[in-house]
Design a protein around this ligand. Structure first.
Ligand code: TXA
Ligand code: MG
Length: 324
């Protein structure tokens, strides 16, 4: 299959993207978090093709991307006031709500679960396609299973060229890490994946505490500990550990760092920006870049263990080879 590269600033390309989705084709689309591999969520054959293209196990649930807040009621039942309040506060945007699924929602989408993940994406071009076509798309990140999530059309092509009909190039993603996921089917709302929307922001809307387990929840298929991995081994070190290990390093390595005081002859340095939001925006693309260098491993200076860095630290721990 030839994968066509479409441009988000070309009206014909955008219209073609909507037509392809309506016809049950797979199209990688830009979102504000990472690129998604989209298929019409009401077409189980199209949704199945997502799993084949990614090499993803069939029991890993997908997120359904909605054209409007009101579409929640088309996909979920027993929707709580908390869910409406969060959708009102953060949609369109990078927050996924886990809710009880409506009867018609295909188990292909939910990995056989009775819950469904819903979000309304903020990328204007994608939103426009969903609204024009009155479409909901199931879309995981547009990477091969366990690999780095793509934040540019070029990086989508690395894994998906020849496997999907088209990639819609909408430039680099704003957030660079996947949406926050909150499970609203539990007595206490529980964050199951850290992301751009923090627990504190959610608590401010709900007026009550939410749970945020330190260890991510591996009970749900798909929320696995080894994930988002570059080809080369990634090792994460505190600043003190770097100062200790760098001078002894014999093999060439790439180093993602944000402090200044790190240096060694064997190291190709990639300076990471701060604060955490800027770091997150370039995290995956920096790992892609480091992977291409003639190095034997990628090292990363660990950010502080604070709330604002939670999404970044979660992705680093899943991407690294020395995770506990
Ligand atoms: O930002 C994002 O969320 C991106 C963009 C494309 O929207 N999508 C994304 O999808 O990250 P994916 O499939 O790579 O990760 C979604 C994760 C799944 O791995 C699974 O753990 C969780 O969401 N998930 C989805 N539906 C669920 C459900 N019904 N119950 C529990 N977890 C669910
Ligand atoms: Mg993913």
């Amino acid at each position: 299959m030839k994968t066509v590269l479409l441009q988000a600033d070309n009206a014909n390309d955008v219209a073609l993207c909507g037509d392809l989705l309506k016809q049950g084709q797979l199209v990688a689309v830009p979102t504000e978090t990472v690129y998604g591999l989209a298929a019409d969520a009401t077409n189980p054959d199209a949704v199945s093709a997502i799993f084949s293209a990614k090499g993803r196990p069939a029991n890993h649930p997908l997120i359904v991307h909605l054209h409007a807040k009101t579409a929640v009621n088309d996909w979920a039942v027993k929707v709580s006031t908390a869910a409406y309040a969060l959708a009102e506060a953060f949609w369109p945007g990078p927050l996924t709500l886990l809710l009880h699924k409506a009867a018609h929602v295909s188990p292909t989408v939910t990995g056989g679960l009775n819950t469904v993940g819903l979000r309304m994406p903020a990328h204007p071009v994608l939103l426009n396609i969903l609204q024009q076509q009155q479409l909901a798309v199931a879309a995981p990140s547009a990477n091969l299973y366990k690999k780095l999530s793509p934040t540019s059309a070029e990086h989508v092509m690395v894994g998906m060229q020849g496997k999907i009909s088209a990639v819609l190039d909408g430039g680099d993603c704003w957030f660079g890490v996947e949406s926050t996921i909150i499970d609203l089917t539990q007595t206490i709302p529980t964050i199951v994946r850290a992301g751009p929307i923090s627990a504190a922001q959610i608590e401010a809307v709900l007026g009550r505490p939410v749970a945020q387990p330190r260890q991510h929840n591996v009970a749900v298929p798909g929320n696995v500990s080894a994930h988002y991995q570059p080809e080369k081994p990634l090792l994460c070190f505190s600043h003190e550990e770097l100062l200790l290990h760098l001078p002894q390093q014999q093999q060439p390595i790439a180093l993602l760092h944000y402090s200044d005081a790190v240096d060694s002859a064997k190291v190709t340095k990639l300076k990471m920006p701060t604060p955490a939001t800027a770091f997150a925006r370039v995290l995956y693309q920096s790992l892609f870049a480091a992977d291409k260098l003639p190095v034997s491993a990628i090292w990363c200076e660990l950010p502080p263990d604070t709330d604002e860095w939670r999404a970044v630290n979660d992705r680093l721990s899943r991407a690294s080879s020395n995770r506990s």
